[in-house]
Design a protein around this ligand. Sequence first.
Ligand code: ZN
Length: 161
Amino acid sequence: MIKCSQCGIENAMTAQFCGTCGCSFESIQAELNEAYQEEAELLRRQAKNASGWLMVVAGLQGASGALYSLTRGGEFDIVVGASMAMVVLFLGLAIWARRNPAAASIVTLVLLGSMWLVEAIADPTSLFRGIIIKIIVIVVLTRAIKAGIRYRELQREGRVT
Ligand SMILES: [Zn+2]
């Protein structure tokens, strides 16, 4: 709500004029708009950040697949094939995260969570492998989910296009 400085009556956040005394909220709206644009910029950065980290995950998948293949004399088997598929999958998610960060991040978290779970069942120590990257990815994706939801809200309110 915007409280009118002249008459003290509360008006809707989008009001251009006070409904009671008619005084202009132009400068208040300009300030609000600036704050919303700043927030929107931050939200876009958080979505980009998630996208960037998904590319890192894709790169790591590719590197581990390549390393696995190299240690076996350049062999291309199911493990290498699976990690190449993962590279493509995470690159796709990275691109999607730029357009729809909330949905892409939720899907990625579920996917990574189940991957890590399967790995941990096979080898419990694997849970701690790359733990720092795992934590960063979880934090960044969670933030991108919130950012995506908030951005939608701003769009619905007509604060950003
Ligand atoms: Zn007023």
